[in-house]
Ligand binder design. Structure first.
Ligand SMILES: [Zn+2]
Length: 726
């Protein structure tokens, strides 16, 4: 579980295409809703649910010879066997660089996609596994070794399959009783509020977040939400595949309710009503493209104004239940959603409210219950939605859950063993070189006027940089963790996080907080903090090699750093200033030229068609595509600086520039199931990996020169179509 936190992070990749469902990877905080910035930004973020805790002996299909392991821990930084030299670099550089790996690799059955990221995640999971196992076997004094006690007991309770199987959903009985005994709409509101404090984001989302226009303050945020499928489009699209998916969703909800003891007929009726209720919420929800506009999602109100939006419920009662005595300013991200929710609030019969809330409670906790719940949850959220064939082993699911619930306790133990100080020093040096390259680039931009350049440089100079792990660790002392039941540990962790989040409302912003845990294989830019963040988890091969030459590291982690920096200047990030305020620092002329250039990138990606009839959404992905292109360019410029004055040696017959581009392309090696690809085309602000390689490269004359490519070929866009922004 773990869903609180209202953050706006623009990350390197989206482990979870948003939504509250599962994907067996770690991931950035992702919100179900609004996000002021690039993708996961700002708001009530539903933290991805950890994968279901259960072992099934499900259809264990053999996965070929590629186990779900980091198969190339000791592989050379550039592995020639990953390439396919029968493909010409000018035709498709992604395949040229990765075709060998693609041919010999099968996606392991427990994955919906598989690539370098996943391999590193697996390697980190092994490390976390060892730490958690050891902690669970070491009796620890919560006073002297609080992290070991909490991690050990949390993990131990998740591994106690016997108790979990015996108890089934019984530990939730008090929660179900609360729902079952609701008498009127006021009870409904109170119950919604209560569920929000235990990580169940029913009906709408509520939490704290930085005030977009005064980034020093934390204020309350009310955000659209309340759906059980990954996106509002799943409810509103009218094509056959979407209709079929809705039928499958109704079947899934029916099965889950049946597992709670409802007769099949009644459960089927209830499931239909749940779909109808959620469809009403979906119809009133903004699309993902609309959510990219931070101005539109900024509607700051006082309590009495919010009250006018929803005359049928009393916010005062809601606030009382979540113990928020002085809500102060409230940013209502989508006022129309709340107007529609108000109608639904009073028109929905009490019995239907009970059904809907029961569903969201079980949906949010299924992965911590017995195997029957876990498997059904997996069947829909993983197999149906993403094509994943086999559930992960219990230990792995519990490790991921521990990272979600106690990320900074587990992370503290992790970095002590696995994060060498040299990695931090080298990363910092590269970041400084990239900052300097971006600064040079801004100064010479042909399309930006001097006044705007001065502001852009000010913003760049103000970037806060976080590397590895937080300077100040989260204090979990008020969170009680014991040997079980597992689901109650998970709920207490949610409650701890929700309270921590709500207590921030009205307070100054804490700029030392992190939005990802230390072992996470990802990175992010947060526009409201104007910060770039690189967790320890990603500062390892194949992104970062302590002993490799500069060309490799600049092509891999350098491009990642440049990507995050460029987010400060993408279509959303550029709307925030040096201190993280949503304010327009652009001259009208420069803004116009930026928009023209970003339209060109929207068009470029709109043309890509990864599956027959399904195109990349150029609008939704533009921030990431701008960051991919800009990041690569800046990393290249930084490499040139690093190489200045040094002998330019070929290694294995490759120039530094060729090695740089190959290292870049190889970090994106990945395979994906069609179901997962479809889901991500709908929801993920990142383009499919192939276009994350070929898209930016085909715009770069530096790339064409490095491989001596002819003017007209698929990997070199025509001069008048080439996109050049940062
Ligand atoms: Zn990104």
């Amino acid at each position: 579980m773990l869903k609180s936190i209202l953050l706006i992070l623009v990350s390197l990749f989206c482990a979870f295409p948003l939504c509250a469902q599962t994907e067996p990877e770690k991931s950035p905080v992702i919100d179900t809703s609004p996000k002021p910035e690039s993708h996961d930004a700002g708001t009530k973020a539903a933290r991805p649910r950890p994968p279901p805790p259960v072992d099934t002996s499900s259809p264990a299909k053999s996965s070929g010879d590629e186990p779900a392991k980091a198969d190339d821990k000791n592989a050379p930084p550039l592995d020639p066997s990953n390439m396919d030299t029968s493909v010409k670099p000018q035709d498709d550089f992604f395949l040229y660089s990765n075709g060998g790996w693609i041919k010999r690799t099968e996606i392991p059955p427990e994955y919906s996609r598989w690539g370098s990221f996943n391999q590193l995640i697996e390697q980190n999971n092994d490390a976390l596994h060892e730490i958690a196992e050891k902690a669970s076997k070491t009796p620890a004094d919560p006073k002297t070794a609080p992290e070991v006690q909490k991690v050990g007991d949390y993990y131990g309770s998740g591994m106690d399959e016997k108790t979990i199987e015996t108890l089934r959903a019984k530990p939730l009985q008090d929660e179900f009783d609360r729902i079952g005994t609701m008498k009127d709409r006021n009870d409904v509101l109170k119950e919604v509020a209560h569920l929000h404090t235990i990580g169940v984001n029913a009906f709408f989302n509520f939490g704290s977040g930085q005030d977009d226009k005064d980034s020093t303050r934390e204020i309350a945020q009310a955000v659209q939400g309340g759906l059980g499928m990954p996106d509002r489009d799943y409810y509103t699209k009218t094509d056959d595949a979407s209709k079929k998916l809705r039928d499958q969703y109704v079947e899934h909800v029916t099965k889950m309710l049946t597992l709670l003891g409802e007769p099949a007929d009644a459960a089927a009726e209830h499931a239909k009503k749940i779909l109808a209720f959620e469809t009403s919420l979906a119809q009133a929800s903004r699309t993902r493209v609309e959510l990219r506009d931070p101005q539109k999602n900024y509607n700051k109100m006082k309590q009495d104004e919010v009250q006018k939006l929803t005359p049928d419920w009393h916010w005062a009662n809601y606030f009382k239940e979540i113990k928020l005595s002085a809500p102060g300013d409230i940013n209502v991200h989508q006022p129309d959603f709340f107007k529609a929710a108000n109608t639904l609030f009073s028109s929905t019969p009490m019995e239907d409210w009970k059904t809907y809330l029961r569903w969201h409670l079980i949906n949010a906790t299924a992965s911590e219950l017995s195997n029957d719940f876990v498997n059904e949850n997996f069947n829909f959220n993983e197999t149906t939605l993403r094509g994943t064939q086999q559930i992960k082993p219990r230990w792995k699911r519990v490790v991921i859950s521990t990272d979600g619930a106690l990320g900074e306790a587990l992370g503290k133990l992790y970095v002590a063993d696995y994060f060498p100080p040299e990695a931090k020093a080298r990363a910092l040096e590269m970041i400084n070189n990239l900052k300097s390259a971006l600064s040079d680039r801004i100064k010479t931009l042909e399309w930006m006027d001097e006044a705007t350049k001065a502001q852009a440089l000010k913003k760049l100079a103000a970037f806060q940089v976080k590397i590895g792990y937080p300077d100040k660790w989260r204090d979990y002392s008020l969170l009680k963790i014991d040997r079980g039941p597992f689901v109650l540990n998970a709920i207490r962790a949610e409650n701890f996080e929700a309270n921590r989040d709500l207590k921030k409302i009205g307070k100054p912003v804490d700029r030392t907080e992190w939005g990802m845990t230390p072992p996470t294989v990802n990175a992010y830019y947060n526009p409201k903090m104007n910060e770039i963040v690189f967790p320890a988890g990603i500062l390892q091969p194949p992104f970062f090699f302590a002993n490799a030459d500069d060309a490799i590291n600049y092509g891999a982690i350098g491009a990642v750093i440049g990507h995050e920096m460029t987010h400060g200047f993408d279509d959303q990030g550029r709307q925030y200033d040096a201190v993280g305020n949503l304010t327009d620092w652009w001259s009208p002329e420069s803004a116009k030229k930026f928009t023209e250039r970003s339209k060109a990138i929207v068009q470029q990606y709109n043309e890509y068609e990864p599956l027959p009839g399904l195109h990349v959404n150029g609008e939704l992905t533009q921030g990431e595509n701008i960051a991919d292109l800009g990041g690569l360019k800046i990393a290249y410029a930084a490499l040139q600086k690093a190489l200045a004055g040094k002998p330019r040696e070929k290694i294995d017959g490759l120039t530094p520039e060729q090695r740089f581009f190959l290292a870049f392309a190889q970090i994106w090696r990945s395979k994906q199931r069609d179901e997962d690809l479809k889901l991500r085309l709908n929801t993920d602000p990142h383009s499919p990996v192939r276009y994350r390689v070929d898209g930016p490269l085909s715009n770069l004359s530096e790339f064409a020169k490095a491989f001596d490519l002819p003017d007209s070929c698929p990997m070199v866009r025509a001069a008048d179509k080439r996109v050049n922004i940062w």
